[in-house]
Design a protein around this ligand. Sequence first.
Ligand SMILES: CC(C)CCC[C@@H](C)CCC[C@@H](C)CCC[C@@H](C)CCOC[C@@H](COP(=O)(O)OP(=O)(O)OC[C@H]1O[C@@H](n2ccc(N)nc2=O)[C@H](O)[C@@H]1O)OCC[C@H](C)CCC[C@H](C)CCC[C@H](C)CCCC(C)C
Ligand SMILES: O=P([O-])([O-])O[C@@H]1[C@@H](O)[C@H](O)[C@@H](O)[C@H](O)[C@@H]1O
Ligand SMILES: [Mg+2]
Ligand SMILES: [Mg+2]
Length: 194
Amino acid sequence: MIIPLACLIPLSPNTLTLLGFAVSLAAGAAFTLGKPFAGGLLILFSGIFDVLDGGVARAKDRITPFGGVLDSVCDRYSDGIVFLGIIAGAVNGRLVLPPILQIEVWLWAGYALIGSFLVSYTRARAESAGCRKLSVGIAERTERMIILALGGLSGFLGWALVLIAVFSHITIIQRVLRAKSILSKPSEADFQKP
Ligand SMILES: CC(C)CCC[C@@H](C)CCC[C@@H](C)CCC[C@@H](C)CCOC[C@@H](COP(=O)(O)OP(=O)(O)OC[C@H]1O[C@@H](n2ccc(N)nc2=O)[C@H](O)[C@@H]1O)OCC[C@H](C)CCC[C@H](C)CCC[C@H](C)CCCC(C)C
Ligand SMILES: O=P([O-])([O-])O[C@@H]1[C@@H](O)[C@H](O)[C@@H](O)[C@H](O)[C@@H]1O
Ligand SMILES: [Mg+2]
Ligand SMILES: [Mg+2]
């Protein structure tokens, strides 16, 4: 469904990637200003650009190695900006969120941020060691962003952060174990000598 739509989009994949990043800046600002519903919508809107950039690249045969790097780097920045926006909103009192399990929500956001970065880093580091198919785990970026967006939209942002913090750390363990399994018994299907 995306392919026909993607052919109609007059923008380059890299422009779409950067636009998606710009929208995530707005999402972070919305959380800082204490507007979680707007923040949730903007996460989804940013996600559409993250879907479209690759879709346009494939539809127009404009896939580039740099585009892949730009997509991933912008994803990390977007993750960081959104979580930092939540932390800033909670600390400046605009985002009023009660503690969960006796832990301040800004701290849950910090755990979620570390977990999100480490999920992606584990994959990148394992792939640089030769692993393929490290896109495993219960909290890949799509799942994390959808949980966060729905948390903002539903009024359960605090619990969404708890879910992301817990699920992302489980995903790190899943990816480390998968990398260990691949690297200890390399096979053609899932290992490529770096
Ligand atoms: C409006 C239409 C025109 C657009 C239609 C799009 C819709 C089909 C999808 C809309 C879903 C949207 C809400 C997004 C939600 C997920 C998002 C928040 C999280 C991000 O997901 C990541 C996304 C893309 O992942 P990647 O970036 O890794 O993949 P690609 O970009 O495809 O490929 C990367 C690859 O491409 C090359 N490349 C890239 C960029 C570039 N510049 N150059 C390049 O060469 C290079 O090779 C790169 O390596 O994955 C998302 C997957 C899935 C489609 C989304 C999941 C849908 C979800 C279930 C929707 C539920 C949303 C929500 C529950 C609805 C609630 C509604 C609310 C209002 C109540
Ligand atoms: O799912 P995840 O591994 O946390 O994050 C992913 C990165 O590992 C990948 O490099 C990128 O292309 C994806 O868009 C997504 O950002
Ligand atoms: Mg993308
Ligand atoms: Mg991406």
